[in-house]
Design a binder for this molecule. Sequence first.
Ligand code: ADP
Length: 169
Amino acid sequence: MHNMIEIIQGDITKLEVDAIVNAANNSLLGGGGVDGAIHRVAGIELLEECKLLYGCNTGEAKITNGYNLAAKHVIHTVGPIWKGGLDNEQILLENCYINSMRLAFENNCKSIAFPAISTGVYRFPKEQAADIAKHTIQNILKEKNSLEKVIFAIFDLENYDIYSHLFKG
Ligand code: ADP
């Protein structure tokens, strides 16, 4: 199971996978960070499809086409804004990974790439977020495994360092 999880440093929009996960906001109408990057590369059609989805609750996920991306699909999930850790943030972040994986399975995806959800403008502590990402994905893969590859596409060096150490052991 371990060798199907891959950590790469770089831009998630470049990946040729069945689905990339977008760390979106509740409106699903685009934003900064990875969301902005995905919409820029995917093109206006992605925004048009997102408009039909009427937003997304925190911790939930919705799927669209990938349009001009190399990825076939985009799974849009909304991470929690960090408010100190007493507002259910950990469970909500876990739900992002669970619901994204569920959509990947339902859509017969064989490969999926995740960014470090919530660790940008939403300020979730990076170590804790990486821990949640790792354990949640590993638990899911123990239960059901029709995927061939799960990639963590880690953009910033601080997170890359954290993920590299976490997945070494
Ligand atoms: P959030 O609002 O969930 O915090 P951000 O987009 O601000 O979302 O940040 C989430 C993570 O995405 C951050 O760790 C940031 O470094 C990373 N990121 C930004 N651009 C990209 C990209 N093109 N590919 C992958 N990860 C990215």
